[in-house]
Design a protein around this ligand. Structure first.
Ligand code: ADP
Length: 446
């Protein structure tokens, strides 16, 4: 097992990895930008290294500085968390070449799954159903129009290298598509450094359902059921739950076994997520995330498995500590993403935290790096806390979410807690009757 792990991240996920390491007897190294010198992840880590100025490009994305930090602190392995360098194939390769273990998949797999066109091709080969779309990337406007005729309108123009829900464009007809493709290509080049775009059929009322998998280097793979992440704004998840409301046991078993088979086929050796859209009883793969995800705690709540500890264990060459037959769904879990943002306009709201009180009691977990007096810097993602709640039934879970939100105090900045309070009482949410477009309509109507 590793003696020391460098955590190449910040905020709540850096704390999450730190906690898993401590419980496993592993020392931790935090990295931070100058803006994060007082951050909780730095305070709790055994050692810390400043890797650059506030802009992420010069600090949390600064590969050379992070590798130097690992070298000077004599770390054995690097956990990338999510975002930043977690799905950067060249970083994973460099980590390996410098003699450290990357706690994640190998660089080649990251490269394939990081390109949505290549990922879909790999999934088709592995027998996974995908969203109908252009067979590869569309290089010019007329080939896009020709492909769209086959796919059927409306179509969604997506960046092959895209992520974070950015840069997708819906086209209702050929005229709109002719305008959308060059803009999408240009935006893809600017945002992702790769202009390639492709088309998918734009689904009208799907749910976003994703399957958590874990693999090891000994050929073992398990799937840990699904999460429903349909409540999204601007293609970004706001509320996630497990299991997916209303999914039949047969559908659950079917998609779980498809993902296990695909994972075995591609030689998947760590934690990962297969993302699907689910419409009219059919699953359509959209992408694979080759890392731990923000919403992983809901799966931990219903299975009792520590996903981050398993990731560390398998990266060190150990076998998974769980078998498929041991996994059972226990109750229901919901995660509310608490963002530092105005609940009405969604404008970011960084600033100093005057009061911080986290809810507690049975079934309540808060993953957050906030503390009273801490100043949320303006440079990074607005996620400041995850309220994760478990209940024996979905109804009991929602009642608990409601009371936990009432107890939660984050003073000094605006947050979207009021939005979550409305959501948990909303009929469609209570009934579990929502699709990926529901929240956009809901916030648009207010
Ligand atoms: P990203 O990597 O940027 O997060 P994804 O491919 O994972 O992009 O899609 C993010 C979200 O965008 C999905 O959860 C869904 O809400 C929406 N979306 C993606 N593909 C489609 C599609 N073909 N039809 C309708 N909505 C889609």
């Amino acid at each position: 097992m590793f003696e020391k792990v460098l955590i190449a991240n910040r905020g709540e996920i850096a704390l999450r990895v730190h906690r898993a390491c401590k419980e496993m007897g592993i020392a931790t190294v935090a990295i931070h930008s100058t803006a994060d010198a007082d951050a909780m992840h730095v305070r709790l880590a055994d050692e810390s290294v400043c890797v650059g100025p506030p802009p992420a490009l010069e600090s949390y994305l600064n590969k050379a500085a992070i590798l130097s930090a690992a070298t000077v602190t004599n770390a054995d392995a690097i956990h990338p968390g999510y975002g930043f360098l977690s799905e950067n194939a060249s970083f994973a390769r460099m980590v390996h070449e410098h003699g450290f273990t990357f706690i994640g998949p190998n660089a080649d797999l990251i490269a394939v799954m990081g390109d949505k066109v290549a990922a879909k091709a790999a999934m088709i080969e592995a027998g996974v159903p995908v969203v109908p779309g252009s067979p590869g990337s569309v290089d010019d406007v007329e080939s896009a129009v020709a492909a769209a005729e086959e796919v059927g309108y409306p179509v969604l123009v997506k960046a092959a290298a895209g992520g974070g829900g950015r840069g997708m464009k819906v086209a209702q007809d050929a005229d709109a598509l002719r305008k959308a493709v060059p803009v999408a290509q240009q935006e893809a080049q600017i945002n992702f450094g790769n202009p390639a775009v492709f088309l998918e059929r734009y689904l009208g009322h799907p749910r976003h359902i994703e399957v958590q998998v874990l693999g090891d280097k000994h050929g073992n793979v398990v799937s840990l059921f699904e999460r429903d992440c349909s409540l999204q704004r601007k293609h970004q998840k706001v509320w996630e739950e497990a299991p997916a409301p209303g999914l039949s046991e047969a559908a659950r078993e079917q998609i779980g076994s498809i993902c296990r088979e695909a994972s075995a086929r591609i030689g998947y050796e760590t934690a990962g997520t297969f993302e699907f859209l689910y419409e009219d009883g059919e699953f359509f793969f959209i992408e694979m995330n080759t890392r731990i995800q923000v919403e992983h705690p809901v799966t931990e709540m219903i299975t009792g498995v520590d996903l981050v500890a398993e990731m560390i264990r398998v990266a060190a060459g150990e076998k998974l500590s769980i078998r498929q037959e041991d996994l059972k769904i226990n109750g229901h879990a919901v995660e509310c993403r608490i963002n530092a943002e105005d609940p009405e306009t969604f404008a970011p709201s960084p600033g100093r935290i005057s009061d911080f009180h986290t809810p507690g009691g049975i079934g309540v977990r808060v993953d957050s790096a906030l503390y009273s007096g801490y100043a949320v810097p303006p440079y990074y993602d607005s996620l400041v806390a995850k309220l994760v709640v478990h209940g024996q039934t979905r109804t009991a879970c929602l009642a608990r979410v409601q009371r936990a939100l009432e107890e939660m105090v984050i003073g000094g900045i605006s947050t979207n807690i009021p939005l979550h309070q409305k959501l948990v009482a909303e009929q469609a949410v209570v009934e579990g009757n929502y699709d990926i477009h529901w929240l956009e309509r809901y916030v648009g109507l207010k």
